[in-house]
Write a protein that binds this ligand. Structure first.
Ligand code: GLC
Length: 419
């Protein structure tokens, strides 16, 4: 039975946290794959993992102030390094110089801040001795390594995978959300998917251990929501002709893990427009940050999250619990709607008027959401012709809003329409 996703669709905005040994390389979380790094080379990051500035309460407050209502943190990424004290491996944070579990204090801090908690767990493991080599493995071109790796048993890795998921779902209290990553069964060079992961059994175990958790679609079998990544859907997503819950996961600068020299940062305004656009299409946004090896958020993240938070503080009710509207929005605008409240988000600022289709006689009152200042409605008589300074020539049923020349001082102006 599908889980109850209502808290999650209500929340609309979450924080994704990608943290691991790759934060010390500081060159993207796929650095081991991209640079074909050996375990021996990569061990330097293990031996220097000491996040002395790790402050999960601060992470939680940053997320909350940005208007985020859930946080999803990596437990283990493709590198195989575990952020919790797993019984099944020594490749874990409690064996590094830091010596302490970081997952537990993080989850405790998120919950204490009133946030829902989610785990990201990689199905892929480039460190595990039984993970069969494939076209993604860092040693995919290393003939000697491939020779030695011949005896790897997927069944042993599958047992490890299921065992660790069991640890995560039985040791840290209620988990609200699970992001498995990722299946690639269709690849010709040793792809892996539901059969290799044991996805049906794994999902059944998840449902048994945490009946209320919502699970994504990357086990390679249907989950509770789908996960477009690094693009924004052009319309509400559907599966087999039916609407499907979806969440776009997005980075600040195209890297999930801390990537020191990558300056391709999205602006707060761009991210807000992505969030609003997604909500207007019944979707969520999971926005990622990649903490550094010291345990602080990426140095450029707080300012961007603060800009998002400034807008969310004034406009949160045009996002939380909202979804698509049946009304067609004007050019350069998006509608989000919750019951009898319709929110007009203006991505561009038109001169003096914005014309709403099909809403004549449907709107009781209109105001700017940022300061609750009235927005005057103007009804153009059906068939009225434009004449000199008189508006006209608009389709019947048009409702016109009168706008000031200067937009409100917010990243995305929003007009709240009371239907
Ligand atoms: C892709 C990337 C992975 C990242 C994930 C986030 O699967 O390979 O590094 O964690 O997207 O959705």
């Amino acid at each position: 039975m599908a889980a109850d996703t209502s808290w999650w669709t209500e929340a609309r905005l979450g924080l994704f946290i990608h943290w691991g040994l790759y934060a010390l390389a500081a060159r993207h979380e796929w650095v081991k794959n991209r640079e074909r790094l050996t375990d021996e080379h990569y061990q330097r990051y293990f031996e220097h993992f000491f996040p002395d500035l790790f402050d999960p309460e601060r992470w939680a407050q940053t997320a909350k102030q940005a208007g985020m209502r859930y946080v999803v943190i990596t437990t283990k990424h493709h590198e195989g390094f575990c952020l919790w004290d797993s019984d099944l491996t020594d490749y874990k944070v409690t064996r590094t110089p830091w010596g302490k579990d970081v997952l537990e204090p993080a989850l405790d801090a998120f919950r204490a801040a009133g946030l829902r908690v989610g785990l990201y767990h990689s199905l892929i493991d480039w460190h595990h001795p039984d993970f069969p080599l494939d076209g993604l493995h860092p040693q995919r071109d290393d003939a000697a390594f491939i020779e030695k790796a011949g005896g790897r048993e997927m069944s042993r890795y599958r047992e490890y995978l299921h065992g660790q998921v069991r640890e995560l779902l039985t040791r840290y209290g209620r988990i609200d959300y699970l992001f498995f990553d990722f299946s690639y069964a269709d690849r010709t060079w040793g792809g892996k998917g539901p059969a290799e992961w044991g996805s049906e059994q794994l999902l059944a175990m998840v449902r048994e251990l945490q009946p209320d958790v919502i699970v994504n679609d990357r086990l390679g079998i249907p989950g509770d929501f789908v996960t477009p990544e690094q693009y924004q859907p052009a319309a509400p997503l559907r599966r087999d002709g039916r609407p499907v819950p979806w969440e776009a996961c997005q980075t600040l600068n195209d890297s999930w893990g801390y990537d020191r020299d990558n300056l391709q940062y999205k602006t707060g305004g761009m991210i807000l427009r992505m969030l609003i656009d997604g909500v207007s299409k019944d979707g969520n946004l999971l926005l990622n940050v990649g903490p550094t090896g010291r345990g602080k958020l990426d140095p450029r993240a707080p300012a961007i999250l603060a800009e998002i938070g400034d807008w969310m503080e004034l406009h949160v009710r045009s996002v939380y619990g909202c979804g698509a509207s049946p009304f067609p929005p004007p050019p350069d605008c998006r509608y989000t709607q919750r019951g009898d409240r319709l929110y007009l988000h203006l991505f561009a600022w038109p001169y003096r008027h914005v014309h709403l289709s099909g809403l004549e006689g449907r709107v009781r009152y209109a105001q700017f959401l940022n300061d609750a200042s009235e927005v005057k409605l103007q009804v153009i008589e059906p068939g009225q012709q434009a004449q000199n300074t008189r508006l006209g020539g608009l389709p019947d049923g048009t409702l016109t809003l009168e706008l000031p020349t200067v937009a409100p001082p917010v990243a995305v102006p929003v007009i709240e329409l009371f239907l």
